[in-house]
Write a protein of this length. Structure first.
Length: 582
């Protein structure tokens, strides 16, 4: 009996070893690239922070994953088989900070003695094309289809004001905000810019505009004044771009591809970046040195993360359940030496933000946590970053917005106009405080502003003061709900350093007492369920799903409308409504 059991166990071990060897050999064969090969990066559709599961698990070519791009370029820059990088910029959708990280990654790749070349169909079509061009211009040379456009039109922030519509509907907004610049509720309470809102937006537009001008000038070896003059002349034709040294040649994609295959008189094999960067076969016995990368993407909500193609920016939300579980997993895994918390969120629910912050704090007590801010890490997105040991952001990251808002709508007027009558019998002086058929009384308004929102704002200030080693008064001076760029935030000591994901990763290794050059296993969290589990649960995960093509400026308005209709309402929100048009 014992011999039979031992033979059975031996067969299982042998089968397992053979399976691992088969996978390893298959992986090796599929990645046998010829010397002189060229990596091809195609940018088209939404740029997701993390490669995800598209709808029903069907392979989705409608987007690009920043984490996979980063991995591919990092591996290829030291791969002697890879001679160069060809970038096809088709129609990408990205934020300024993401464009800056891509540009830096392309520049870093070229610094390792490899050539880079980029092709564009157009830089914007009846719309802004600053960011696609910013990425393409970081290559050694840029070409464009002869009928393409250079819509390097500058930067704008368009605010929406729906107070007139609410008056027409006989709906009365009862809102309060703490922080001079906390303007998310202005969409319901105002008919035009407030002086503070205009000041904030003008400062942000100016800073982002200057960042784009300086980067473009540096990439194309032009003066900043020349770039500003070209922006004021835009939109430009491709021919104008060639004359102005914004482009190096005009060609179609088939000509570009053929030129890349025979670049500098050498025959090159072309390799798609997502095939080149297939995950390496992991040891069945695990790795002793792991870094957990936890992605916090989308508006912050209580409960499970969701997929909302209509109202949620980026089509996904950051649910407190998944985030707290992710930090618990990282905290309890002894092989995880440090955590990089990658945030791309305009904020949301205060309660959910605090639940996530507490999970980050518990993890940070046991191992280093380093924050890497992407396009947004504002309001609630800044709140959840407060326990980190170090905070990194890109120059164009929108961050800060340290403030809080909340309120309700009184729909009794609208109901009456529709012939709907309503009555209530209550006990308790404030039983109707959150009722949607009444206004706040003066006493209730004072309680709501001074106690509910006031206590939350003071708590927010104390969290930031403790993390940033500042006094509450110093934080209050730069808080007030104001949104800052990363470049401004580092000067105000709201973040530690300008740098992208790689800089944050190197810092996490340093804090974990690991050599920055030492390879580690990356564990991406939250973990994602398989296809069957997703179908049974009714949840769709990933940013690269279907989206309703709404104007960007409507996103904050629609988010606020959605929140007002939710069971939790919009009482106690830490949300940043700014959506720059670049």
């Amino acid at each position: 009996m014992l011999k039979r059991l031992l033979r059975w166990m031996l067969r299982i071990v042998v089968m397992f070893v053979v399976l691992v060897l088969i996978v390893a050999v298959s992986h090796y064969i599929s990645h046998r690239y010829r010397p002189g090969s060229v990596l091809v990066l195609e940018l088209d559709g939404p740029l997701a922070e993390r490669g995800g599961y598209p709808v029903f698990g069907v392979l989705n070519k409608g987007g690009t994953s920043l984490n996979i791009i980063r991995q591919a370029l990092k591996e290829a820059e030291t791969d002697s088989r890879i001679a160069g990088l060809a970038i096809r910029v088709i129609d990408p959708e990205m934020e300024l900070a993401q464009a800056q990280e891509l540009s830096d990654a392309i520049t870093e790749f070229g610094s390792h003695g490899k050539w880079t070349t980029a092709y564009m169909e157009t830089a914007g079509e009846s719309g802004h094309g600053n960011l696609p061009y910013l990425v393409a211009s970081s290559a050694d040379e840029v070409s464009m289809m002869p009928q393409g456009e250079l819509n390097i039109l500058g930067v704008g922030i368009r605010e929406m004001f729906a107070r007139g519509m609410l008056d027409w509907l006989h709906v009365t907004p009862n809102f309060a905000s703490l922080g001079k610049y906390k303007s998310a509720a202005n969409v319901f309470t105002e008919k035009d810019f407030t002086p503070a809102q205009r000041e904030e937006d003008q400062a942000l537009v100016s800073d982002m505009f200057n960042q784009i001008v300086e980067a473009t000038a540096r990439h194309r070896h032009l003066s900043a004044d020349t770039v500003r003059e070209l922006i004021d002349r835009a939109p430009l034709t491709a021919a104008d771009g060639l004359k102005s040294h914004l482009l190096d040649r005009l060609e179609y994609q088939d000509q570009f591809d053929d030129r890349v295959k025979h670049y500098k008189g050498t025959e090159h094999e072309l390799i798609d970046y997502d095939k080149y960067s297939n995950p390496q076969v992991k040891s069945p016995f695990g790795a002793r040195n792991k870094i957990a990368v936890i992605y916090g993407v989308g508006a912050i909500e209580r409960g499970a993360s969701g997929y909302d193609p209509i109202f949620s920016p980026g089509s996904s939300s950051m649910g407190s359940d998944e985030m707290t579980a992710a930090f618990k997993d990282a905290r309890e895994d002894d092989d995880v030496r440090a955590v990089v918390f990658r945030i791309d969120s305009p904020g949301g629910s205060v309660i959910a933000s605090e639940l996530i912050r507490r999970a980050v704090e518990l993890c940070a007590k046991k191992k280093p946590v380093v924050v890497s801010m992407s396009g947004f890490a504002a309001s609630g997105g800044f709140w959840v970053a407060t326990p980190a040991a170090r905070v990194y952001a890109d120059p164009g990251t929108l961050t800060g917005s340290i403030g809080v808002l909340g309120g309700k709508f009184n729909v009794s007027g609208a109901a009456g106009a529709l012939g709907v009558a309503s009555g209530a019998i209550t006990l308790g002086k404030n039983a109707e405080m959150y009722d949607s058929f009444t206004d706040f009384t003066p006493a209730q308004q004072q309680i709501f502003r001074d106690q509910i929102l006031g206590d939350t704002y003071q708590y927010f200030l104390k969290l930031v003061a403790a993390q940033r080693h500042l006094t509450v008064e110093q934080v209050n001076d730069v808080a007030q709900g104001r949104v800052w760029s990363g470049e401004q935030a580092v000067k105000l000591k709201l973040i530690d350093q300008i740098g992208g994901f790689d800089a944050a990763m190197n810092e996490a290794k340093r804090l974990a007492k690991l050599d920055p050059k030492e390879p580690v296993e990356i564990v991406e969290l939250p973990g994602r369920p398989g296809l069957l589990e997703r179908l049974l649960s009714g949840h769709i995960y990933g940013q690269q799903g279907l989206e309703w093509p709404l104007p960007q400026a409507l996103a904050p308005l629609l988010w606020m409308i959605r929140q007002s209709a939710s069971p939790h309402g919009i009482l106690g929100q830490a949300y940043c409504p700014l959506v720059p048009v670049i």
